[in-house]
Design a protein around this ligand. Sequence first.
Ligand code: SF4
Ligand code: SF4
Length: 238
Amino acid sequence: MAANPVTDYFKGIWNVSSSIFEGMAITLANFMRRPITIQYPDRVPVPVVETLPSRYRGFVEVDPAQCTACKLCATACPIDCIFIVVEKNEAKERGMTDFAVDIGKCMFCGLCVEPCPTGAIRMTPNFEASCGDIDQLVYRYIKPGEFVPPAKAKAALALETPPAGTLADKAMGEALVENPDARPTLVEAVRVNAEKAAAEKAAAEKAAAEKAEAAAEPTPEEPAAEPAPARDDTPSSE
Ligand code: SF4
Ligand code: SF4
């Protein structure tokens, strides 16, 4: 059936008018009711962190007292935002001299937490970290100048874990005042660690290839026994 232009004209007017009245009715309804704006973060009845589910993945935090310096977390991080420096002191004892997490880069995936043998690294519900400089998002759990010997796994597992978020809160507070130029140092630490890991991997691959080559070589054969001299059965003419 062909469209009637007069009907379409009035239908259009009706659609426009009704949608204007519908919108104004919603505006009027909200205009009359009491405002429900929540003054965040100062006037919420309960801190938002406390309302989050227990498995919420916020900032990563580390308890150095539980850390064995195995670096499994740094290896597992797909985007290199965990920095651990392990060195030997004058007494030739091994210890960590830096352990930092770049929260500005972290994507809160939780992959670093999975391989940790002692639970020293964990996700927390903390998520608020506004600051004026991206370097202030590097949270240091061991700072340059400190020397923390690695924990023994069994003893570390027996340690009481501080409430989730306590250490991250402390690290955040310190980062705000102490981190004017943390990132270049950490980028350099990542570069050195990556080079070291690549060299170790290349050496391991070379050793494996040499071993496989040696196994594939044929063992030298025993020299063939000399044939016994043929017996002369012809009767002697004597
Ligand atoms: S949560 Fe993911 S991105 Fe963040 S430090 Fe751990 S592994 Fe890296
Ligand atoms: S936090 Fe856990 S995984 Fe990372 S170095 Fe320490 S013990 Fe190893």
